[in-house]
Design a protein around this ligand. Structure first.
Ligand code: FAD
Length: 307
């Protein structure tokens, strides 16, 4: 029950001010967001890579209000690519982007987001890596998929995310699997109405399995974005049934969540990619992590009370 309340709070400016100003917030935030700028994050990339893990890097900050902020977001990613270049990790360190941060919700947003994301995809390709377009709320997805298709004409490795809780996703998965795309499948992290999304966790889990089966049987590269032990085991089984080798799919989890499992899967020879977010505008990302697990909220509340 708490999840939807926290997700609603994630859209509130008043809550944003309250939570961001709380003195103990930072230590809780650090668990999920291990740095505020690119200088903080380069050592984290090195350390994870040294442990045999792969990365997808996210510069947080989806709530922009003008084109100058969208251009600044583009530049932050370009700086990240510059800093990744000497590490020579290739696709072991890719990037995840939210098109809202590139201006998608502003006037003329579709074109603006495309024009801001393209240089990032080009720069990534120059250092031998790629970009995945994150999935945001359902109203943004037609634009996201159109941008994905456009980018793939020149950069076929560009990936995208699909969300199992949405009714539309089984059809999206069939289309993307046939087109040979890289696709990250997640359960979905936004508050969505019953007209477009399953409200029951079990229904979402069942849809996740159906969609994963489609992706595994298809021509593309499935990326299993989940911490759910049952879905991870099913993912391994479906990959096996589809005759996929270990480098023909991968697992992805968020930084700070089930870290032992990251290491276990990597030690078993799986490709294990850690979604690593950094930046100062962490509110929306952080609140989604709280909503996913009420125990996080209790921990957060307790640390505020004991200070
Ligand atoms: P759950 O059933 O929620 O969790 C399974 C177990 O994992 C829990 O029991 C708990 O032990 C652990 N766990 C899960 N979440 C947390 C947490 N926050 N804190 C502590 N423990 C936790 N969603 C989008 O809508 N769009 C995206 O683009 C997107 N990208 C993602 C990228 C990656 C790599 C991952 C892993 C997730 C992404 N998500 C995205 C979030 C996703 O939609 C889910 O909200 C999130 O992954 C939780 O679902 P789960 O599959 O881990 O299963």
């Amino acid at each position: 029950m708490l999840g939807p309340v926290i997700l609603a709070a994630s859209r509130s400016d008043r809550m944003r001010r309250l939570v961001s100003a709380a003195p103990v917030t930072k230590q809780v935030v650090d668990r999920f967001i291990p740095g505020e700028d690119v200088d903080d994050i380069v050592p984290v990339v090195r350390e994870l890579a040294d442990h045999g893990l792969e990365l997808t890097m996210d510069v947080v900050g989806e709530d922009i209000t003008n084109p100058a902020q969208a251009a600044a977001a583009r530049d932050a990613y370009l700086e990240l690519v510059d800093r990744l270049k000497p590490l020579e990790l290739g696709t072991r360190a890719e990037m995840s982007v939210k098109l809202s941060m590139f201006g998608q919700a502003l006037e003329g947003g579709h074109e603006l987001a495309l024009s801001n994301v393209r240089p990032v995809v080009e720069a990534a390709a120059e250092i031998g890596t790629t970009v995945t377009l994150d999935a945001e709320d359902h109203t943004t997805l037609d634009s996201m998929f159109a941008i994905h298709e456009e980018l793939r004409k020149d950069f076929p490795q560009t990936g995208c995310v699909i969300q199992a809780y949405l009714f539309r996703t089984e059809a999206d998965a069939r289309r993307l699997a046939a087109s040979g795309s890289r696709v990250r499948l997640v359960k979905g992290a936004y508050k969505e109405p019953a007209s477009v999304a399953y409200q029951d966790k079990h229904e979402t889990d069942r849809a996740y399995v159906r969609i994963l089966r489609t992706l595994m049987a298809g021509e593309g590269y499935p990326m299993i974005g989940s911490h759910d032990p049952r879905l991870i085991a099913i993912g391994q089984e479906l990959a096996h049934q589809a005759g996929r080798k270990l480098d023909e799919y991968e697992f992805q989890m968020l930084y700070g969540i089930r870290t032992d499992e990251h290491l276990r899967l990597a030690a078993e020879g799986h490709r294990m990619r850690v979604y690593t977010a950094y930046g100062t505008d962490w509110y929306g990302y952080f609140m989604r992590r709280l909503a996913e697990k009420p125990a996080n909220l209790r921990f957060f509340a307790r640390s505020m009370l004991t200070k």
